[in-house]
Structures are given as structure tokens and as C-alpha cells.
Design a protein around this ligand. Sequence first.
Ligand SMILES: [Zn+2]
Length: 201
Amino acid sequence: MRCAFCNEPAWYGCPLTGAFVCPRHARVQVVAWNAKREPEPSSVRAAGEQDYVRLQEVPLHFWGETGVECFDREYDVLKLPAFVGLKNDDVVGFVSYAVEGDTMNLVMLNVLPQYQGRGLGSAMLAKAVIEAHKLGLSRVVVATSNDDVSALYFYQRSGFVIEQVVPGRIAEHHGGLEQGFAGIPVRDEIRMQLFLDEAAL
Ligand SMILES: [Zn+2]
């Protein structure tokens, strides 16, 4: 799935025009709370070894790689446990996590653009939070970038709060400024956290 305007990988589907777009060609629009599409039935389960062949196609689509740097660490999602989001038994999204001490780090969470906006991301996040609770951890953390308004929206709506901003961290990692969502320069790593005793399970 490519962007209708530049042929880069599409990250989002536009509910108004039906076009699939890359971050640079995406915009934010405010709508009434009940304007969202109804959640569609989907399932989420722990990833088994056999899922990683399909799972890896999701980060490769969005990022062109399976490695991630966040919280001053390097990860490869192919080496991490994950929950997969399924539509008709096919992997269309996933959340990978790493346990560091008393903390679960959500290293990557993505849903393919054709399957977004129907509650699958929230369902995968909920599974991860329940798992963190089962493991007796005290918090769940996630890092995003300053331009990623959709992630800032999603995680704050899900109870996360901003813990730390590391100015310039991502620009430094990229070796310069890249255009992110709607052309906003990607600069800062924004670290968010959810305390599990406050999470509604
Ligand atoms: Zn584009």
C-alpha cells in the first residue's frame, strides 16, 4: 500500500477521500466524538514463532527495517515477544514489547493502514497492558516523536502521560531533520508512561 501522492509507504487511510497516504501527506481534522467508525471484530493473540514471517512485513512496510531505537536502547522486533492483531486469520498489526526491570517498553505498535480506525490498535494495547499486569510490572512505557500527533493522541487517550522529552534525540539518530507527520520536522523523543495501578483493565 503506497501513498497516493508520492509513492512512499502509506501509513494512514483517509476516511473522507479513501486515499492512502504517507505521514507527510496526512493532516489532522477534529471530528465529533461519535463520528468514528464502529470497531470491527478482530482478534489479538500472543505471537508464535510461525507468525514472525508475516509480522516482519508490518515494520518493513512502515519503517523499512525491524530495528528500533528508543529509551537509549536498540531493539529488533524480530527478537521480541509480541501480540499480533488478526483479520481473517492474517496478521495485520502487532505490538512488540521488551521487559526492562519493572517496566514494559512498547517498542513498536503498528496496524496496516487498511485496517486502522476500527479499534485494533486499542485491542492490542489492552492485551499488552494486561500482560504487563500479569507479569507483576509497575508501568508500561512508550516512546514517540514530536510530529506523531496520532500516537500522542492514541496513548494519552489510553491513559499514558508524558514522562520526559529528549530534545533533538531523533534528529540526532537520523543524522539530521526529516519531514514527519504533515511535514513537521522530526526532532524530539517523547517518552510516555502508564502506571499499572492506575490502568483500568
Ligand atoms: Zn506521500
